[in-house]
Design a protein around this ligand. Structure first.
Ligand code: HEC
Length: 202
């Protein structure tokens, strides 16, 4: 192999590296680009409005979850701030963005929303009351996760939390008196209940 060939080869090699690098940078950038932008492409009118609202909810839930997971220092002030935003994007503020039959692309809403409208409204309203309770529970330090597995009677907290919402509706439990992470769990469950029933699965 003469020196010219080595030279050519090294140019080729360098080009490969730089092409590769450009590709990696490009891919990384597109991965970092918020997915919402993609899912919102083509969304207009009421569908876009409700997607924007849902994204706001997601952002606040992320901020809350980073505190409950311990990635961020627990801050009651931040909990109240997030709860307040979620609270003002609940109930009627959600349901009015779902006029009957509004399923235009790229909406992921399901048509059963309008067949089970009362239940849809109920879930939107529950978000109102749970976020209100979370606001009030912000000063109740989250329960130590190591204590979570069982209580004195050996009943797991998870099993209990399934009934918490019902008990609060029946006025047997005041959610605002619970450790705030339990209230947060109810809020997550409520988002999921609505999505499971009324949003097309990804
Ligand atoms: C009353 C029902 C209901 C509740 C409660 C609810 N959602 Fe949704 N959500 C929907 C429906 C329906 C869609 C699909 C809307 C569409 O694509 O037209 C949706 C879509 C979304 C999306 C996707 C938005 C997009 O850009 O396409 C996110 C994120 C989301 N919800 C987050 C949340 C979070 C977080 C909560 C809880 C704090 C929550 N939602 C509570 C019904 C609900």
């Amino acid at each position: 192999m003469n020196i010219l060939n080595i030279f050519k080869l090294s140019i080729l090699y360098k080009n490969t590296i730089s092409c590769g690098t450009v590709l990696v940078v490009f891919c990384t950038l597109s991965l970092l680009a918020p997915q919402v932008v993609l899912s919102h492409v083509g969304a207009t009118g009421v569908v876009k409005h409700r997607m924007d609202l849902m994204d706001k909810l997601k952002k606040e839930m992320k901020s809350l979850s980073s505190m409950y997971k311990g990635d961020k220092q627990y801050d009651p002030h931040l909990v109240r701030h997030a709860s307040d935003i979620i609270n003002s994007h609940s109930g009627n503020t959600i349901t009015k963005l779902f006029p009957e039959g509004s399923l235009s692309e790229p909406s992921e809403a399901k048509a059963n929303i309008w067949q089970q409208w009362d239940y849809f409204v109920e879930l939107a309203e529950q978000q109102h009351s749970i976020s209100h309770a979370l606001f009030s529970a912000a000063n109740n330090a989250p329960e130590d996760p190591s204590l979570k597995t069982s209580n004195m009677m050996g009943v797991t907290t998870n099993m209990m939390s399934g009934n918490l919402l019902k008990d609060s509706i029946d006025n047997k439990v005041d959610l605002a008196t619970l450790p705030s992470n339990q209230v947060f769990k109810l809020l997550i469950d409520n988002c999921s209940s609505c999505h499971t029933r009324f949003r097309v699965a990804d």
